[in-house]
Design a protein around this ligand. Structure first.
Ligand SMILES: C[S@@+](CC[C@H](N)C(=O)[O-])C[C@H]1O[C@@H](n2cnc3c(N)ncnc32)[C@H](O)[C@@H]1O
Length: 272
């Protein structure tokens, strides 16, 4: 199998031909957009290369929910989303709000450019070889254009009161992914890849801390984490007592003093 193919979706977490996994991703992509969207917008409004960009590409767009919300906020651009899941792309096409937002079922390596601005949101943590992804994305981005990577910043994850059952589950999941090359520490992997790439220059990085105290967020986090446990169970790679993790979460989230937060890194790259 070639290196490029190893970055295609053989990952069982994305077996969306199974209806249970499709349903999980369809919901989770909406929830993960809703709890972070308002704070992520700050990047777009303050980015000069975003304001001048016309042609936008979203790699790993999923059901297109995030891209649709971005397009509604910035209607003067043309947007194209691609994803390896034909089922999620079908949902994206059905929900596409206007002709300026289109979707294709495709592996990111089969996409051709040029685009002014490329988005990769919550994608790189699931891929093994960031270097070859960035090399390909450089070929899709016109010189002077940019790419935005939005991905996890796990050190910000915090629970009050402690929730060891979930923390241990999450560590086991992250460690399992890391062993398969799907390392969630995207920022440090990116820094290494960029240092070897003459086509990219590191731009600004914004660290977002998203607290459960924003109205509605505790519920969005609760539903997201419950779906994550379901997803890992459905993917079938990791053996765990999933029921006890969900029970512990439910008891914790019913406490009046429950507080949690998640972190996201927004990393902007400039195409030289
Ligand atoms: C965690 S989801 C993120 C979806 C969306 N970007 C969001 O933020 O809601 C990652 C998506 O990447 C897609 N994906 C994984 N590998 C891919 C590849 N090589 N090319 C295109 N899409 C890919 C998966 O099918 C999945 O829908």
């Amino acid at each position: 199998m070639s290196e490029k193919k190893s970055n295609s979706c053989s990952d069982p977490h994305f077996s969306t031909q199974k209806s249970a996994i499709l349903g999980i991703w369809d919901q989770m992509q909406r929830l993960q957009t809703d709890f972070a969207f308002a704070q992520e917008l700050g990047f777009y409004y303050t980015s000069p290369t975003w304001h001048t960009a016309q042609m936008i590409l979203d790699l790993g767009t999923g059901n297109g929910y995030y891209l649709g919300k971005i397009a509604a906020q910035f209607p003067d651009k043309v947007y194209h989303g691609v994803d390896t899941s034909s089922e999620l792309i079908t949902i994206a096409k059905n929900e596409a709000g206007c002709e300026k937002v289109t979707f294709t079922h495709s592996n990111l390596f089969d996409v051709a450019g040029p685009y002014d601005f490329v988005l990769m949101r919550l994608l790189l943590q699931h891929l093994e070889n960031i270097q070859i992804v960035l090399d390909h994305v450089a070929s899709l981005t016109r010189p002077g254009g940019s790419a935005l990577i939005v991905d996890a910043h796990d050190p910000f994850r915090y629970f009050h009161p402690d929730l060891p059952e979930f923390v241990e589950f999450f560590c086991a999941y992250a460690e399992h992914e890391r062993k398969l090359g799907r390392d969630r520490r995207v920022t440090s992997r990116l820094e290494e890849a960029i240092s070897k790439s003459p086509e990219w220059q590191m731009g600004d990085t914004i660290q977002l801390l998203i607290p459960s105290t924003i109205p509605g967020n505790l519920d969005l986090f609760t539903r997201t984490y419950s779906l994550l446990v379901d997803l890992v169970e459905q993917a079938g790679e990791l053996q765990y007592d999933f029921l006890s993790v969900k029970d512990a979460w439910r008891r914790w989230s019913e406490r009046p003093d429950a507080y949690t937060q998640v972190g996201l890194n927004l990393i902007c790259l400039h195409r030289v």
